[in-house]
Design a protein around this ligand. Structure first.
Ligand SMILES: [Zn+2]
Length: 277
């Protein structure tokens, strides 16, 4: 970047940023809230079939058993916290979390900007809306739980989305989300090679401090922060590894249906439960 170029300010708080990495793309670090954010505003975010199959994911659909298992564990923890059984899953993708919720007697609605993913979800019988949370969710709907699993890092305006999520909660409701922890040991050790920096649709990377600050600014109180792992398929691990021929092997796993799941916890993902303050 030429000397004298003004760096874009923080996507979360508007604070000044300094260059943190130049490759694989320029990522800045906010001097005020400590979040990392991509400097370029890639507004064209097409979450088409290519994104879910062979892009960032080896084959998202083939990962269903692992995603459903993680979903069931998340739901069990939510059930201990709230009496209501209605939820809105923001960034619902192909609806695997919605299906897991339905299997546990929840009334679950999803919303996602991806036309492809929500078409798949509806084809599987899910109540999935296409669009953003502020535009697609009918006014007057309220939920005991709003979830955003690995979603906020993709958003244009995280603050606005969280503010809408707060409005959609029933009294006593909770917000549950997960996102990468840019301040974790694993993220700091891997630097510019950190796995969550590799998805070009990720725009912002939170530290716990940055996330807490943002949630408080939109009127939440953080009730719990944990660093849990998730179940992932062998194909997904291979797809994300940098081992030669791994992508080929990942495709073979999916085709041959030899795709066992393992529980992975690198300590670099935060799960945060918040309640309206
Ligand atoms: Zn900031």
């Amino acid at each position: 970047m030429p000397e004298g170029t003004i760096l874009p300010s923080c996507r979360l708080c508007g604070g000044p940023g300094t260059v943190w990495f130049e490759r694989p793309r320029q990522v800045l670090r906010c001097q005020s809230c400590t979040a990392l954010y991509a400097s370029t505003d890639q507004r064209v975010q097409e979450f088409t079939e290519a994104y879910y199959r062979g892009g960032v994911y080896s084959d998202y659909l083939a990962d269903e058993p692992a995603i459903r298992r993680t979903a069931a564990a998340r739901l069990r923890r939510l059930e201990r916290r709230v009496a209501g059984r209605t939820l809105l899953d923001v960034g619902c993708a192909t609806g695997f979390f919605l299906e897991a919720a339905r299997a546990r007697a929840w009334t679950a609605t999803g919303v996602d900007v991806s036309r492809y993913a929500t078409d798949v979800a509806r084809g599987r019988g899910c109540d999935a809306l296409t669009g953003s949370i502020d535009q697609a969710v009918p006014s007057g709907r309220r939920f005991a739980v709003v979830t955003l699993w690995d979603t906020i890092e993709h958003l244009d305006d995280v603050k606005a989305t969280l503010a809408v999520a707060r409005e959609l909660l029933l009294p006593g409701g909770i917000l549950a989300l997960s996102t990468g922890d840019a301040g974790s040991v694993f993220a700091r050790a891997t630097g510019a090679h950190w796995r969550l920096l590799q998805d070009p649709t990720h725009r912002v990377f939170f530290t716990e401090q940055a996330l807490r600050r943002l949630l408080e600014r939109v009127g939440f109180r953080v009730a719990e922060v944990s660093r849990r792992g998730k179940w992932v398929s062998t194909a997904m691990i291979l797809h994300h590894s940098s081992i030669g021929a791994a992508a080929h092997l990942a495709r073979w796993c999916v085709r041959a249906r030899v795709n066992p799941m393992v529980y992975v916890n690198l300590g670099d993902v935060m799960t945060v439960i918040s309640v309206p303050a």
